[in-house]
Design a protein around this ligand. Structure first.
Ligand SMILES: *Cc1c(COP(=O)(O)O)cnc(C)c1O
Length: 398
């Protein structure tokens, strides 16, 4: 049994082997699904892509879904379809992965960071209003950790100012906002199938939309800007003819990956339920720990719990976030930090974004630690994390 001496000080670690913060869960059915496609006629964009798109549309309640090679490529496609271009401004949150803002730069437009609500960690609608200018074209809210952003207020702002809403739902497959599934609400919604997300295709992403014009643009954008639909062509030289009408990319997901996605989707409900259960175990364990603030849950939505983030009450602690983070790693707990605010990344600093731009996000960044949470975890793993956190925080508690 491990004692109270921290592993970082030479004690026995809580776990003998490393527990990552997130990882994929692949079973025999997933493998069989991929093998079946490998033995079929299509390995790139074929029937499995269509089926995967139809399944995502059905599960989210959206009319259309378009698969992409990654969530990042999907965001790029959405920015293109929304008509975002040079001279436009797009408001997003700094508390996200760089891709949520990079997609705006890909289109030659300017990301504008609005600060977060210190309670929900999501974009604060009041701060969005302060950032509106005559150049604002779109808002990209992120459903941070899986907890839906304040979509009603965001859509009110969008309606009043004629803006497109592109939801970054990389964390939020299986989440609900006011009894509606995420993916059925905004103009366009992006999902990611990176291995740490709710379901995986290795790399992969999807846009859902109810708008047929966006749908057509997205399909064309992911395949070089080419159409083969005679109704959409300017010329027609004959049956061989296809038409490139704008500069698109090759962002096509393969049928091999879609087969994995279709199989993974069958387990989505089970995956989300497990994440909810483990998050509830963490909440229960840390509810009364004075050195920790557990994640606030808004009652306007149901989180799909991509991440479980504790915020340290640093005034109650003798150690820094870095001390505590390093001590947890030595206990073999794969902690992480989500995220370094995007405007503080050197590339963005170089573009002229200044420290102090989003004080709530910057203060939160200094206090947060992400604990392991994924569908392949056991209850014993959760107990190990709780034991390690208590051990480390007891040591550093004032
Ligand atoms: C994972 C993620 C992305 C990017 O998705 P990829 O599939 O890795 O390209 C974008 N935004 C957020 C918030 C993410 O977590």
């Amino acid at each position: 049994m491990s004692g109270s001496t921290l592993a970082i000080h030479g004690g026995t670690p809580v776990r003998s082997h490393y527990l990552p913060y997130g990882r994929q869960f692949i079973d025999e059915a997933d493998i069989a699904s991929v093998v079946q496609v490998l033995q079929s006629d299509f390995i790139t964009t074929g029937p499995a892509i269509e089926q995967f798109e139809a399944e995502i549309a059905r599960i989210t309640g959206a009319k259309y879904a378009v698969a992409f090679t990654s969530g990042t490529a999907a965001l790029h496609g959405a920015c293109f379809a929304a008509g975002i271009g040079e001279g436009d401004e797009v408001i997003t949150t700094p508390m996200t992965f760089a891709a949520s803002a990079n997609c705006v730069l890909y289109q030659g437009a300017t990301p504008v960071f609005a600060d977060i609500d210190p309670q929900t960690y999501n974009l604060d609608p009041k701060r969005i209003r302060e950032k509106l200018t005559k150049h604002t074209k779109a808002i990209i809210p992120v459903h941070f950790t899986g907890q839906p952003a304040e979509l009603d207020e965001i859509h009110t702002i969008a309606r009043e100012n004629n803006l497109v809403v592109i939801e970054d739902a990389a964390h939020a497959l299986g989440a609900q906002y006011k009894n509606k599934s995420i993916g059925s609400i905004g103009d366009m919604t992006m999902f990611s199938f990176h291995p740490v997300k709710h379901i995986t295709t290795g790399e992969g992403g999807m846009i859902t939309t109810n708008n047929p014009l966006y749908y057509e643009k997205l399909l064309q954008f992911r395949s070089h800007g080419i159409t083969r639909n005679p109704d959409h062509m300017i010329q027609n030289h004959g049956p061989w003819y296809y038409e490139m009408q704008f500069l698109g990319y090759n962002y096509r997901l393969t049928d091999i990956q879609a087969a994995l996605g279709i199989s993974q989707l069958k387990k989505l409900e089970q995956f989300v339920d497990l994440r909810k259960k483990y998050a509830a175990m963490y909440n229960e364990a840390f509810r009364h720990t004075k050195t920790i603030q557990i994640p606030y849950q808004s009652n306007s939505g149901v989180s799909s719990w991509h991440l479980y983030i504790i915020a340290l009450n640093l005034e109650q602690l003798k150690g820094s976030r870095k001390n505590i983070f390093e001590a947890l790693l030595k206990e073999n707990i794969g902690v992480n930090v989500h995220y370094i605010p995007v405007h503080l990344l050197p590339y963005y600093q170089e573009l002229g974004y200044k420290q102090g731009l989003c004080p709530n996000a910057e203060q939160l960044y200094n206090r947060i630690i992400t604990l392991p949470l994924f569908q392949g975890m056991s209850e014993q793993d959760v107990h190990d994390v709780i034991r390690a956190v208590n051990k480390v925080l007891n040591h550093y508690s004032k």
